[in-house]
Design a protein around this ligand. Structure first.
Ligand code: FES
Length: 168
């Protein structure tokens, strides 16, 4: 099973590389596409990109880290994104993010031990009138407060537990 999924990953990566030239200037666009495809930058993909662009692997890791916009860990089953655009920031977005970090027990860019939740900050997602906004998976949660964070996460965990019980 693992073999199949890693084969699939290799194919997905080859597909990305196939429409780039093996040149240094292609590195960032390649990394951006890898992140779009996988949700993060897998180590193997970075090594492959280094090989392809003939850039030393240590430089690729350095560049990816420097840009400060890439994720190095997979997304959780529920990817949580706190909007840090100006409108959300002005009405307590940072406090909401603090609450998310506290409740989930992870920092931005990380994933919970059970793989259920990952946490990221995003720039304006275009619904400032609902600020502060948190996006979880496909759902947009409007006017979130630190207090509401606990409620939202508890609701999700409850829903998941219900699904599991239903399966048994
Ligand atoms: S600033 Fe958060 S939705 Fe626009």
């Amino acid at each position: 099973m693992k073999h199949t999924s890693s084969k699939k990953s290799t194919e997905r990566l080859s597909h990305i590389l196939s429409h780039h030239k093996p040149e240094r200037v292609e590195l960032i666009p390649i990394l951006q596409e890898v992140e779009e495809e996988f949700g993060y930058l897998p180590r193997e993909a970075m090594l492959e990109a280094a090989n392809f662009t003939q850039i030393p692997a240590s430089d690729v890791f350095g560049i990816a880290t420097f840009y400060n916009r890439f994720r190095f860990t997979p997304l959780g089953k529920h990817p949580v994104k706190a909007c840090m655009g100006t409108a959300c920031h002005m009405v307590g977005g940072a406090l909401v993010l603090d609450a998310l970090e506290r409740e989930l027990g992870v920092k931005v860019g990380d994933i919970t031990h059970d793989g259920e939740f990952s946490l990221d900050r995003v720039a304006c997602i275009g619904c400032c009138f609902l600020a502060p906004v948190v996006v979880i998976g496909e759902d947009i949660h409007p006017r979130v407060t630190p207090f509401k964070v606990e409620e939202i996460l508890a609701g999700l965990k409850e829903r998941d537990a219900g699904k599991t019980a239903h399966k048994d």
